[in-house]
Every structure is written in structure tokens, then in C-alpha cells.
Ligand binder design. Sequence first.
Ligand SMILES: Nc1ncnc2c1ncn2[C@@H]1O[C@H](COP(=O)(O)OP(=O)(O)OP(=O)(O)O)[C@@H](O)[C@H]1O
Ligand SMILES: [Mg+2]
Length: 359
Amino acid sequence: MRKALYIDDDAGLRALVQRGFRRDGIEVVHVADGESGLKALENDDSFDVVAVDLYMPGLSGLETLERINQMPNHPPVVVVTGAQDSRMAVTALKAGAFDYVIKDVQGEFIYLLKAALQAAVDAMRTHRAKEAAEAEVREARDRFEALAAERAMLMREVNHRVGNSLQLIASLLTLQANSARDPEVSKALASATGRVLAVAQVHRRLYTSDDVQSVSVDQYLTALVEDLRRSSESNALAQLTLKTDPVNVDPDRAVAVGVIVNELVMNALKYAYPTGKGAIRVAIRDTGNNRAVLSVEDDGVGIAPQSEPSDRKSTGLGQRIVKAMGEKLNAHIETDPSHAGTRVLVSFDMRKDAPRPAL
Ligand SMILES: Nc1ncnc2c1ncn2[C@@H]1O[C@H](COP(=O)(O)OP(=O)(O)OP(=O)(O)O)[C@@H](O)[C@H]1O
Ligand SMILES: [Mg+2]
């Protein structure tokens, strides 16, 4: 504390305070009333602390205190009062005074005032430092949030572009499929289109969601199934149904799940009902412990046990793709022998490194 403002109508006490503080190298500017005190504070921002008498003619100590508290960056205020006015002192504390000092403690007043003023200065300094630190933390957090938002926006932008590019590739493949003379070539190009669309759909999900790290599998498959329906001829997938628990996975896993669904649904479409159409059911169940089970089933003829890739119609590519995607997912793939028709079950981890309970 180097400079204090003392406001008191008692001229004797003002002189006493000034002298008492000067001994410790503290400059005291003193004025006789509240208005002069406020003016002094307005013209000089070097005061470390203010002491104000509660009882003064004109502006009272309490009013002066309230006016000082409205000033920006004001110094702390200690009120000075007579012994009989402790109730007023409490009011002053409630109004924002840092402390109060009673005037007529014999000979102790200067000492007590000095201690109270010093404590007020120290407390204010700590308070301001804390506020500055908090402001810094707030600013850092805001900056971080802005960066994170920008990053998410960029990710969405990238996903948008990737999605558009894949969509374009799919369109080009469709054009090529439609203009191919050989029906086998045309079919092959059409299934390539389906595979590309399955991947494109993941990116479309990613840029339409707020979260760029995870894909809601139910929404993704809903969109994918829509794509499949639209691209299949003459409403062949009218009886395709989808039922999924709300499952979220990272984009890589979503791609793998989507590609598998695409293959299995296309197989059911191609082979299950040689003489017509029938039900095809896709489902994902959250089985707990970070595991989910995808099932794709039909009520058709079932996979012939000795069905070989050398089968004239089959390339066997679908099975290879399912297997490769299954490895990406760390999945367990099986066909359910008890099901009449074909039921393929793919169980996989929803998150990469979630802890699995030991068996
Ligand atoms: N749902 C099903 N119902 C009956 N048979 C099936 C079913 N799914 C697969 N198959 C049989 O398994 C064989 C292998 O399927 P896979 O997906 O590997 O090859 P593909 O479908 O013939 O070729 P691609 O997938 O490249 O178009 C098929 O040719 C078919 O005979
Ligand atoms: Mg296939």
C-alpha cells in the first residue's frame, strides 16, 4: 500500500491519520466530504485504498461507498465509524465495504486502520489476480471451442466432397453399366455401383451429423436401404425391412457394416427367391458388452452347401468382400443352420478399444 484516500469531516483525525501513515511511507490524501472524495478518485487512479467515515454532513459514508462501488476498477473501501454504530458498520459491509474500523479505540485507531487498509489492498490484489486468471481460462476455452468447431466444419466439408466424388463415380459406373453391350458386364458394373454407393452413404451421414467421429448405424442403414430400393429393378426390394437398435460406430466400421449389408442383401435378392420375390430382413441388435450383431436373412431356398465359386453365375466375390470387411470389424460371421432360408449373423465390436470383461 503506497497511497490512500481518507474521507472524514473531522479535520483533527485527518491530520492524525496522515501523520501516522507517513511514518510508514504511505501517502494519505484527505478530504472533508464524500463529493470531494469521489472527485479525487475520478481524477487520480493511483489510490490503493479508500477509508471513509460513515457520518458526515452532505453525502453520507454509505452513499459515498455505494458511488465508489459503481466506479470501474475502484480501490477497496474500508469504513470508519464510532463505537455506538456497529449496526451501520454491518450495513456498510453488506453494501460492499471490505471492513470497518471503530474510531475511538484509545490510541489504537491509526494502527487498526492501517492493518485494515493493508488487508483490503492485499485482498483486492488477490481478487483481481484471480479474476484475471479466470478470464484467461475462459478465453483459452473459447479459443479451443472455436478451433474445435472449425475443425468439425472442415471435416464435414471434406466428407461432403468425398461423398460427392463417390456419388459421381457411382453415376459414371451406372452410365457405363447402361451402355455396356454385354449383359454380364452391365451386371458387374451395376454391382460395383452398389458397392461405391454403400461407401458414399457413410460420408453423406458424416457431413449431415454434428458428430464427425461416429456414425449412427440405424440412420446410415436406413439411407443405404433406401439407395438399394431405389436402384433395384421393378420394386424387387419391396419386402426389404430394416430393424436396428440405436448403435453408433466409427466411420471405418460403418463402411464395413454397410458394405456387408450391401453384399448380403444383393445375394438374397439374386438367389433366395428364384421364382419371385420374398422377404429380406436386415437387423442390428446391441447385445451389450460393446458387441452388436448384424443379421441379414431371407426365407428363400438357402445357400446350397456345395455352392462353389466356380458355379457359373457366381463370382464368389461377394463372399470375399464380406470376409474382408468382417476382418476389418474383427467380426465373427456365421450362417444360422436352423433357419429355413439364409440367415447370416455378423457379430462385431462397436468401439475399438472398449474394455471387454474377461470370460
Ligand atoms: N441368400 C442366398 N440365398 C441362396 N443362395 C445364396 C444366398 N447368398 C449367397 N448364395 C449363394 O452363394 C454364392 C456365393 O455368393 P457371393 O456373394 O460370394 O457371390 P455372387 O453373389 O455370386 O457374386 P457377386 O457377389 O460378385 O455378385 C452365390 O452364387 C449363391 O449361390
Ligand atoms: Mg454376391
